[in-house]
Design a protein around this ligand. Structure first.
Ligand code: SF4
Length: 72
């Protein structure tokens, strides 16, 4: 895989913080991505989210929606 991680998204708010510009957000961990890890998320420098990120989940196990109010 040489594409950005499917779990990568960009948000301006989340994790109890908000920003003026959208930042990389991981929907697996439910938190913003650290700048060092963003290279993996974006598959830069030959890195591969699937093999280089310990948070990556196989697509078969659907990403969980861990929003606290999910059981409305
Ligand atoms: S932290 Fe891992 S699972 Fe999350 S978006 Fe980045 S590469 Fe994907």
């Amino acid at each position: 895989m040489d594409e950005a991680c499917q779990y990568l998204s960009y948000r301006e708010a989340g994790d109890g913080k908000s920003f003026e510009t959208a930042r990389a957000f991981c929907t697996v961990t439910g938190s913003f991505v650290q700048p060092m890890r963003a290279d993996i998320c974006n598959a830069r420098y030959g890195l591969d989210p699937e093999t280089d990120c310990e948070f990556y989940e196989e697509p078969e196990s659907a990403p969980t929606d861990d929003a606290p109010d999910a059981d409305r």
